[in-house]
Unconditional design. Structure first.
Length: 115
């Protein structure tokens, strides 16, 4: 999968926005996927050592299980290691990748207050 294809998979949500807030070219262009409504990140797309990766938000219990089950999922690169995971995109099954993107998007969505 190419970077643009991965970003398109992340932009299927109405509130999703692709941004490039960093000027450091050490890792290539780092695409930050965030919510338009609250500005919160739900993904970071980048190349490292010639491989395409994405960082996604994940609850801590699921994160530990996923890292144990899949070698291509590791603690979040340059992120909070408890709440973020890094996925080697081209080693991940597409259905799992899509599910993890959706989970990350939902975890970072603005919460509606209940009365």
């Amino acid at each position: 999968m190419k970077k643009n294809d991965l970003i398109k998979r992340c932009l299927v949500f109405d509130d999703a926005l692709e941004t490039y807030p960093f000027t450091d070219k050490s890792y290539g262009e780092l695409a930050v996927l965030r919510h338009r409504s609250n500005g919160k990140w739900f993904g970071l797309v980048f190349h490292l050592e010639g491989k395409l990766y994405i960082n996604l938000k994940c609850n801590p219990v699921d994160s530990a299980i996923l890292r144990d089950e899949y070698k291509f999922i590791t603690p979040g690169w340059h992120m909070n290691k408890v709440h973020w995971i890094t996925i080697d995109v081209n080693k991940s099954p597409k259905d799992l990748l899509d599910a993890l993107i959706e989970t990350s998007f939902n975890l970072t969505a603005r919460k509606t207050k209940t009365k």
